[in-house]
Design a binder for this molecule. Sequence first.
Ligand code: PMT
Length: 447
Amino acid sequence: MVQRYAGGVRSSYRARMAQKADNHVMQGKRILLGVTGGIAAYKSADLVRRLVEHGAQVQVVMTAAAREFVTPTTFQALSGRAVRTDLWDPAAEAAMGHIELARWAELVLVAPASADFLARLAHGLADDLLTTLCLATAAPIAVAPAMNQLMWSNAATRSNVDLLTSRGMHLIGPAVGDQACGEYGPGRLLEPMEIVSQIAPLLAPAGPLVGRRVLLTAGPTRECIDPVRFVSNRSSGKMGFAMAESMRAAGADVVLISGPVFLPTPPGVRRIDVESAEQMYAAVQRELPGTAIFIGTAAVADYRPVACAPQKIKKNSETLALELTRTTDILLQVSAGAQRPFMVGFAAETNAVEHYALAKLLAKNLDLIAANEVGHAKAFDSDDNSLLVLWRGGRLELPVSSKRELARALTGVIIEQYLAQLAARDRDSAAQHDSAELATREGARAS
Ligand code: PMT
């Protein structure tokens, strides 16, 4: 067993790895961008610019109301394509009919999507070019709403959005914040870069992990004390969900097994909800076959009550002792199993972070571990984090940044180490094959 462990911080390496994870997910992809009427339509111009920068081909379709806010010329200049506005334009239809346009799209993105547009979409109307295209396309559809906060909260809009998402439409945002009308609340269009990163996983996957399965655990577990109480921890699931999102953006088929959290599922990710450590382990065992990379981001309870009381425990005494027993160490079991994938663990430590993380890397026979200092408002339930990544032969410090940025950088490191391991295996088996062949030939010559 190789236990070499080299020090040294490499920050340019970090940027390279983050870029690798992105890996031109959008290169050459055909995106039909619908722009509907609203003050946020001006942001769509920047969105077109960002999509084009990422290598996408963008065809803009504007509704009549959108043209009250921004001119088609702006979008034409940015996308390099004539903007489509009318279902009945004979010249445009002769160049590419609306059905052809609906087939051309690999993704339909409507940003901003007004309340009126969502209502028309929910009810299957096809009274203009954009709604017709949405009905006629087989491509995934994503809508990024933007409207006044009361319009967003209105029961009619809520039920239209529920209907659309129940039919598989992807909802992107909206954000909460100051509104153009002077009010504050939910209904702001997400920033263009945020929209770009949320649609990336919806496009036919590209990237180094295409065809590979990644299994992740995330969030806390809850261990039953009685029907209304449990033992748990402060994990929010943010780090694990960010890892699932960036693994998907690298092209992987991602299965995310999550404890109880309040987070939306990253687009393109299959999610399985569990509550206890025991349920998480059972779900991992079920989903493990075919997994290339396993990532244990969950803060799995190390101990659970020996018994879960069938009725609510009464406060009859001054003190109450709970007897706890060890839970199964999921990471250790997967690592020791016959179907061992590339193993990535996390280490949550309040002190001597590197020392304990290294011990866990070796004791659990992992390929890589990401350690974070926790406690005192660090890591657990915060939007930011910092990580120390260790593997046999290297270490990398990822300084404080958002969990999504960290996830992208860590994904890059994981991909590099995983691919290096595959290449080393290929070399070993080729060498074994060669020496077996040589032995056979020499044996034949000697006899
Ligand atoms: O969810 P957030 O609020 O975003 O916070 C992120 C985080 C702090 C939870 C995350 O970054 C993190 O550190 N996750 C691992 C937490 C943890 O339980 O660490 P540990 O050092 O106790 O466990 C080591 C590893 O063993 C972890 O990969 C853990 O998932 C795994 N484990 C632990 C116990 C167990 N019974 N089964 C396991 O698989």
